[in-house]
Design a protein. Sequence first.
Length: 255
Amino acid sequence: MTAARTEGGDTARRALRLLEAVAAASSPAALQDLADTVGLSKSTTYRLLRVLQEEEYVTRADAGGYRIGARLMRLAAEVMPRADVFAGARPMLRSLADLSGETATLHLRAGDEAVLVLGAESDYELRRAARVGSATPLYRGASGQAILAFLPDPEIIAIMRRAGGAAHAEEVERDLASVRTNGYALSQAANHPGLLGIAVPILTTSLHAVASVAISGPSDRWTARRATAIADLLTERCARLASLFETSSPAATPG
């Protein structure tokens, strides 16, 4: 038996159909294509997308079109932590946490942010907590900079422009150059006081980053020397994970 349709719910239904269409697209979806897919006028589709964009459920791609945004990524990470795309990452994060003694986390790009979608926590009482759905700016901290350093130049420029005065551009540029040279990002207290983190990007075949894996812990225990000593192993594990993201759904790999 079909449930009765709630009166006045048509706008919400249209917005949900739009979210489904954006998530299903294999690349940033054009306004007209979305309108055709959901059967709405272009003007109505645009108005709904503007609201979804304001609420960070969708975001505009630099080259045009719409893709899923940070807020939807955080929501998805909270309700679907066992999605197939993460099946191979989960035991690998646990292994990294056991080997390092610190918390290992997987971060996906969602617009201008890196969203923590999976984590394996340290066994120490004092440790970095892996809060699924937490987001940080791409330009700040190891997990975000590992992704940002390996995005196409136009996207990096656009992200930094949107960050405006919140980011010290020259300092970030130096950090990104170091990430490209070393193959990993290292940061201390960038997003979380007292923590040091190292992160390595997960790269597509075009050498663009879709995600990163970080290992982080209290800086008096997890020192830069200890962190960089595990960089080669972290790089090797991220190379293994790359194949998962090549075949994963668009909802799992925005950007």
